[in-house]
Design a protein around this ligand. Sequence first.
Ligand code: ADP
Ligand code: MG
Length: 328
Amino acid sequence: MNSEFDVISRYFTRPSPNAVLGSGDDAALIACRPGMDWAVSVDALVAGRHFFPDVAPETLGHKALAVNLSDMAAMGATPRWVTLSLTLTEALAQDDAWLKAFSHGFFTLADQYQVELIGGDTTSGPLNISVQIIGEIEKGRALRRSGARPGDDIWVSGFPGEAALALLFLQHRITLTEPEVARCLTALHTPAPRIALGKVLINVAHSAIDISDGLLADLGHILECSGVAAVVELNHIPRSPALTGKLQQENITRQLAIDCLLAGGDDYELCFTAPENKRDAIALLAQQTGVKLSRIGKIVPGKELAVLNDDGNPLIFNRKGYDHFLAR
Ligand code: ADP
Ligand code: MG
């Protein structure tokens, strides 16, 4: 039988050379370096709400950390330390294969970004994984949601909509070819946080957010926080190869594909705004980071978010109503 402390010591205790004091005491200690701000964020993943309870534990370990790293990316911060609050069912607490795979997924990603686990909490109950993350950024340089200005270009990284497409596939609402399934499930289960991109964007962007709730919903947060409006062009949003064919159809499949593109959550791409005179610099950053960056619209004065259809006419949509997103 694993006790609480067996679980902690076997699966979640690792050296943390960048902390003053890591796991094992009542609190961890970390030093605040002069000239730096901390970026602090927490995200919970709840079984049945954020993931299927039978999802592979290794991907769950990856994703629990990835969604937090993504918040650091959106601020332009360098992730440094995390704490992990783990609520395990009694069965999972005794399932060594599950615990091993979960911690392997978690630490593999942590190692990739030199992020240290410095503490946490382990309790029993319905499966729930909360990660708190602390990152560092030079004082005053963090990217915020509130910096967008009229005249800014709106940019997005990667191919929004793939994670949502994977979800539709798992719900048997659409079909995908095998390579499309592979691509979209990777986006859903093991998203790649855009840390390197966020760190270079602090030199060019006015505002940024990571896309967790859907492109328009999250762009909407930038607009609200910045007190501006936006015009987005549907045909400028990059189309995943898995979405292209579906968008050419004339039926419910096209509608679902547009929903994925505009409102699909769980992508963890970055949406950011930058002045026009940074276009060349941003093209260079795309090359340097190997991340596709697409210019999808403009920030304008006002309050509304307009999306122009392929024919230049406005799409009618309800930003919050994902199911009835598009009325034609
Ligand atoms: P306390 O009772 O003081 O809150 P705990 O008994 O909950 O301490 O935890 C003991 C130590 O193990 C603490 O240092 C805590 O940070 C660490 N810890 C607990 N759970 C985890 C976990 N899931 N991952 C990493 N460290 C953990
Ligand atoms: Mg505790």
